[in-house]
Design a protein around this ligand. Structure first.
Ligand SMILES: C[S@@+](CC[C@H](N)C(=O)[O-])C[C@H]1O[C@@H](n2cnc3c(N)ncnc32)[C@H](O)[C@@H]1O
Length: 269
C-alpha cells in the first residue's frame, strides 16, 4: 500500500494569517516558477502535484493549455471549485487528471513545459517523478522544480539559537513547530546539493534561482511587521537579491532545466 495521505487539504500548508515574509515568499516562489515555464498562448504545460490547481488556472489565464496531475481526490475536487469562475473568451480551462508523478499518464514529449511547485518533498519516489517529467516534456522544453530548502540561512540560524537556548540556558525552543524540522508529510529533506544531484539524473540544469532569505528567522518576522510597508518591502527585496546570489542559503530554490539526452533517447524514456 502507498503511504500517502490522499485526504489532505491545504489547511496545514497555507497559514490563514500570512506574515509579510510568508506572503513575500509564496508570491515570489509562484512568480518565478510560473514565469520559468515560459507559458504563453498555445503552450502545453503540465502541473505535477497540482493540489488545488491555482497555478494551473493562473497559467491558463496566460493562454497556455494546462493539465494538472494530482492523485488526491480531495485536492482534485477543490481544484474544480477554484476553477468555477469562467475564463475570458479564447482561453482554455485546465484539464485535471488523477495520477501519480512517478507514472505520469502521458506520452513522451507531450508538453512544452512541466513544473512541480512545493510538492517534490511530498512524493515517495521523487527521482522517478523528475524522470517522468523529463520524459513527458519536449527535448527543447523546460522542466521547473520549486523546492523548500531545509539548509537555508533561516534554518541554520534558528537551529543554532534553539541549540544555544536548550543546551546552554535550559530554555525551550522558540516555537513548537520548528521551521528546520521536516514536516511529517515530507518524504525528503532537501538542500541544494541533494536537489541538484536528483535533478541532474534526468535534466540538464540551466538555472538555479534562490528565492527569499530569512523566512521565519527569530526577530525577522517581528521586525518586518513593525516597519512601514514600503521599508519592509525594501528589506524583503534586498534579502531576495542576496538569495539569488546564494541559492544554498535561500528559503526556496527553483531549478530550471531541459530533459537530459544521453545517447539517442532522453533519460526516463
Ligand atoms: C503541498 S501540495 C502542493 C500543491 C501545489 N503544487 C501548490 O503549489 O499549491 C503537494 C501536493 O502533492 C500531491 N502529491 C503527494 N504525493 C504525490 C505523488 N506521488 N504524485 C503526485 N502528487 C503527489 C499532494 O496530493 C498535494 O496536492
Amino acid at each position: 500500500m502507498r503511504v500517502v495521505d490522499l485526504d489532505r487539504d491545504m489547511s496545514d500548508v497555507i497559514p490563514t494569517n500570512l506574515a509579510r515574509d510568508s506572503e513575500f515568499l509564496f508570491a515570489r516562489m509562484t512568480e518565478v516558477t510560473l514565469d520559468s515555464t515560459g507559458a504563453g498562448r498555445g503552450r502545453r504545460v503540465l502541473d505535477v502535484g497540482s493540489g488545488v490547481g491555482q497555478d494551473s488556472v493562473a497559467l491558463a489565464r496566460r493562454g497556455a493549455r494546462v493539465v494538472g496531475a494530482e492523485p488526491s481526490a480531495r485536492m482534485a475536487a477543490m481544484a474544480q471549485l477554484f476553477q468555477s469562475a469562467p475564463l475570458p473568451d479564447g482561453l482554455t480551462a485546465p484539464t485535471w487528471v488523477r495520477g501519480w508523478a512517478d507514472a505520469l499518464p502521458f506520452a513522451a514529449q507531450s508538453f512544452d513545459a512541466s513544473f512541480c511547485k512545493g510538492a517534490l518533498d511530498h512524493f515517495d519516489a521523487p527521482e522517478s517523478a523528475i524522470a517522468e517529467m523529463a520524459r513527458v516534456t519536449r527535448r527543447d522544453g523546460v522542466v521547473v522544480l520549486a523546492i523548500a530548502n531545509f539548509d537555508s540561512l533561516a534554518c541554520r540560524v534558528t537551529r543554532a539559537i534553539d541549540g544555544l537556548r536548550q543546551e546552554w540556558l535550559g530554555l525551550p525552543p522558540l516555537r513548537t513547530r520548528r521551521g528546520y524540522d521536516t514536516p511529517s508529510d515530507h518524504f525528503t529533506r532537501y538542500e541544494l546539493d541533494l536537489m541538484r544531484e536528483q535533478a541532474e539524473r534526468a535534466l540538464e540544469i540551466d538555472r538555479v534561482i534562490g528565492i527569499s532569505l530569512g523566512w521565519g528567522m527569530p526577530g525577522w518576522t517581528a521586525l518586518l511587521s513593525r516597519l512601514p510597508a514600503s521599508i519592509a518591502d525594501l528589506g524583503l527585496r534586498a534579502a531576495d537579491w542576496l538569495a539569488r546570489r546564494s541559492p544554498s542559503l535561500a528559503d526556496v530554490v527553483v531549478l530550471v532545466g531541459r530533459p537530459a539526452v544521453r545517447g539517442a533517447e532522453p533519460i526516463g524514456r
